[in-house]
Design a binder for this molecule. Sequence first.
Ligand code: ADP
Length: 487
Amino acid sequence: MHQVELAGLTVDTRHYIGGERVASAEQFESVSPIDGAVIAHVARGGQAEANAAVAAAQRAFPAWRDLGPTGRGEILHRLADLVEANVEQLAQLETLDNGSLLRSHRRGVMPRVAMNIRFFADWALNELSHPVWQTRGHDNVVSWDPSGVAAIITPWNAPLMLATWRIGPALAAGDTVVLKPAEWTPLSASYFADLCEQAGMPAGVFNVVQGFGAEVGAALVAHPGIARIAFTGSVPTAKAIARAAAENLTPVSFELGGKSPLIVTDDADLDLAVEIAVEQYDNAGQVCLSGTRLLVHKDIAEAFAARFAEKAAQLVQGDPRDEATQIGPQIHRVHIDRVTGFVERAKADGARVVIGGGPNDELGGLYFKPTLLMDAKPGSEILTAEVFGPVLTMQTFSSDEEAVEVANATEYGLAAVVVCGDRERAERLTKNLVAGTIWVNCFFVRDLAAPFGGSKKSGIGREGGVWSFDFYADVKNTVYAPSGWKE
Ligand code: ADP
């Protein structure tokens, strides 16, 4: 019973190590958030599986490195082709496993998965320019050398998209990879391993270990054979990983939580502001980048809130497989209980519910109503902690200086959104906002060439374009003297 038929695919639920499927004595359940059905029993790995996967990736490394960007690029492009040929099945599989909208998976997410692979394969080939400059007649030549085995630990909110955002550049850079998907969404990564094999990727270049909680992940990040650790998840887990990484001085790239502000100035286009604010419910609020704290100028606050409530009330919540659905379920019972807890505590602490305010009792299951809270106490939990559900708060401000001060008043610094009618004013506002990404009069425009990451507790490092290669590669400068050469 190591395979399940889902979404027209045969998905292997074992690890994928050194090109082989490997079982574990124990298994864990993967539950669909759509209806709570157990859809797979997945191998539950630990130390032994982590060791085996790192060893396989180490064995595969020299040959993968020596293939060079051209040889690797051919395989990576075949892999991207296979993803594109399987968009529909991958979309359905991911929706079953994580409950995100099928139409988003079909039209946006899975094509982006292919792009994550293609883009970085091409970048390695064409864009790493090996700059040369001279110092007193000596040539400095910079190269990006493959560094070894990258351990990649990824979250459940956009499983294959966020995994390939790391796997793409790591493989393109010439590293080999051990991926540990989140235990709530283990399936798409497992199927992706089959696609790697079909693309002709040599055994051991890409490995998947499955596991529950800290078990296999902790073993992986503590392994001395790991050259890079890329982690997307929560701050407490990041601290545990950083401690393990310290033992081997393994470089880390962390993409953690957010509590991003969405600032609406008094000269903003109100329709645009409302439209962008409602977008913050995307993926049922399970997006680290969401601008969950609406900061609205006091003079337009009433008009904004009324229009927002009207627009948000039209959102269709339901089965993520329905074309009309705009908000699906939360990922898991444990998660929706957490989200409910945040909202209940905020209400008890004096916050006022403008819309929503709890689970959707009509739909039952894991559906949480899109919620807007006002009048929360400054500094209170709901204004500072990441909820990761469809829960927004609204505060008002009187001056742009105050808006920036409130915007920066959390321990996070992942993103910020500004809706403003004047470019120069927007430039003054954004200058002092602490965030890795700021969107002005837009949301979620993400170019793979742009740096992406978080400030403060939202992360360590930046990825995207050359920043990804700076992380996954060993950057080397070789200095050639002008003399000493035989004619
Ligand atoms: P979330 O993003 O849901 O809050 P976490 O940050 O707790 O999740 O964990 C994200 C991922 O990290 C999961 O795949 C989990 O299995 C893994 N993990 C949990 N603890 C550790 C650890 N100590 N070391 C490495 N990985 C871990």
